[in-house]
Ligand binder design. Structure first.
Ligand code: ADP
Ligand code: MG
Length: 304
């Protein structure tokens, strides 16, 4: 669709993170609602690069059903607007609403979707995401789960990533793979697999694994010095435990890549299994309606 900025009216705030604000907007001529990510172009080259990478990756990934769709974008001297399909919620928001463990079968479906998005990025664009965490995993009104936020995704050269300046990204420390903290060598897609594993643990336990750390350096040293976080409780299936264990091998050389993970029993099982993700989602969102009966302000998350 052809969209100009003056044709848009703001409905509510959807979220904000490191690079910009995401607003629910209506395209007045058609009544069509969408999510608009606005980012200001600053004098800082690093930030501008981040914005342009985000636009570039999302715009060329429209044929991956597990990546949030880009409907168009505009770039002016002062800012960039990305028009996206409207998603209903993000997994950090759902975690807060849920206030406890997210069921394994929902995590199974999420894993199938997010692994397929990550594998697409690698195979089609030779890129890795570098910021996998629940706030970058979104869900739409049909219960479809998709990846977003490509601001710090990076191109791979001979399958390796080199940029070292992307840690310290706000709110992302706990998802950083040990090899990226140590910076003794370059790293590859397996750093995303670690972050993905941490995200799954957080969803499955219903709490952030490093919630007791006050400072970022405590988190980073816990990642390096301690065993990887574990699933709490014994209600998890063996295939899920084994999947998490593979994602969270501290030595990245032992951590599998996508081809191995995609043929893991856990993924194979949830590719086929019938799971009512939509039904689960609507049950959960009812809680939101109960807790904020009149307000339709959307969320304003503190972390991205
Ligand atoms: P940042 O780079 O600032 O983290 P994101 O692209 O992750 O930006 O967006 C920030 C937040 O906005 C997300 O965590 C999510 O809650 C919300 N959001 C982003 N894209 C959409 C979308 N297409 N539909 C609905 N909400 C979205
Ligand atoms: Mg984000």
């Amino acid at each position: 669709i052809q969209v100009t900025i003056d044709q848009l009216s703001t409905i509510s705030l959807l979220g904000h993170g490191t690079s910009g604000v995401v607003t629910k907007m209506k395209h007045k001529p058609t009544g069509f609602e969408m999510a608009v990510k606005q980012m200001s172009i600053s004098g800082i080259e690093e930030e501008n690069k981040r914005i342009l990478t985000d636009v570039d990756v999302i715009a060329k990934s429209n044929n991956c059903k597990n990546i949030v769709k880009c409907l168009g974008y505009t770039i002016s001297e002062s800012d960039v607007w990305i028009f996206m399909e409207l998603m209903l919620s993000s997994f950090d928001e759902l975690l807060t609403l849920n206030n406890g463990p997210i069921p394994e079968n929902i995590i199974g479906k999420l894993s199938v979707s997010i692994l397929s998005a990550l594998n697409y990025l690698k195979e089609k664009h030779n890129m890795m995401h570098r910021d996998i965490k629940p706030s970058n995993i979104l869900i739409d009104e049909n219960g479809e789960i998709k990846l977003c936020d490509f601001g710090i995704s990076g191109r791979l050269v001979n399958s390796k990533a080199f940029s070292k300046n992307t840690i310290g990204n706000f709110g992302s420390a706990g998802y950083t793979a040990p090899e990226r903290i140590q910076q003794t060598s370059d790293y590859d897609v397996r750093a995303d697999i670690w972050s993905f594993g941490i995200s799954l643990i957080e969803l499955a336990n219903g709490e952030y694994p490093y919630k007791n750390c006050k400072f970022e350096f405590e988190i980073l040293s816990a990642i390096i010095d301690h065993d990887p976080p574990e699933l709490k409780g014994d209600h998890f299936s063996d295939m899920f435990k084994s999947f998490i264990k593979s994602c969270l091998q501290k030595d990245f050389r032992k951590r599998p890549k996508y081809n191995t993970l995609l043929s893991h029993e856990f993924i194979k099982h949830y590719e086929e299994a019938q799971v009512d993700v939509k039904g689960w989602l609507y049950e959960l969102l009812k809680k939101k309606e109960r807790s904020e009966p009149k307000k339709s302000e959307g969320k304003c998350s503190e972390s991205n």
